[in-house]
Design a binder for this molecule. Sequence first.
Ligand SMILES: [Zn+2]
Length: 239
Amino acid sequence: MTKVSETKPIKGHCPTCGDEKWADTVGHYNEYSSDIRDGIWVSIDHRILKCRGCDAIYHQTDRVFSEDMFYSQNPETGEEEYDYEHDVKHWPAPNKRPRPNWLERLPAVDTDLYKLLNDVYSALDIDLAVLAAIGVRTTFDRGSELLGIDSSLTFSEKLTQLVDKGFAGATERDALSVMTEAGNASAHRGWRPSSDQLDTMLQIIEAFVHRNFVLRTDVTELKNAVPAKPPRKPKNPST
Ligand SMILES: [Zn+2]
């Protein structure tokens, strides 16, 4: 282990503050292996980092492989130079999609709904696109069940009931239909959506969950907070 005082601060992706943040190395281990016959080697620096901004502790690996090099030309001397490529990864994995600020309100609504949606974000963070798409569909299932829609119905029937009961409009019905079809394709045919396609699916499920489980509560609270209109004074017939 390396003492903090012996190391210079380095930059890492803090799980709280974001990328390119200064951190101290509070633990270090170098894993090295080589093949003498072929002259190739791999070096992995494992670092436990402590963010200088928020004190968060996280793990960084810096992997260098002897055969992965990039070449450049020195602008002053014109000579060709080379350097090793560094494959830097962090754990916890940096968030690929920012969590909506209302996410932490969901446990009060339903822990399963919260866990399902949270798992979708976790799958996105580590590029598990197929599992994220399946998770979106399952989150929709749980959400519609909470709204009183019979879980044994087909997706099409669920969507019809959601519209009939006022939980979704006609336009949203189309969006939810495309989203569930996409989730089905991943679940049954292993379809892997692109990041843009996943982004669209996330926008649809976030809008559905937010409107039905967060905004409704806010609207009710707002309604109760607005002072009632004072009763109108009767008009004086003499004026
Ligand atoms: Zn931080």
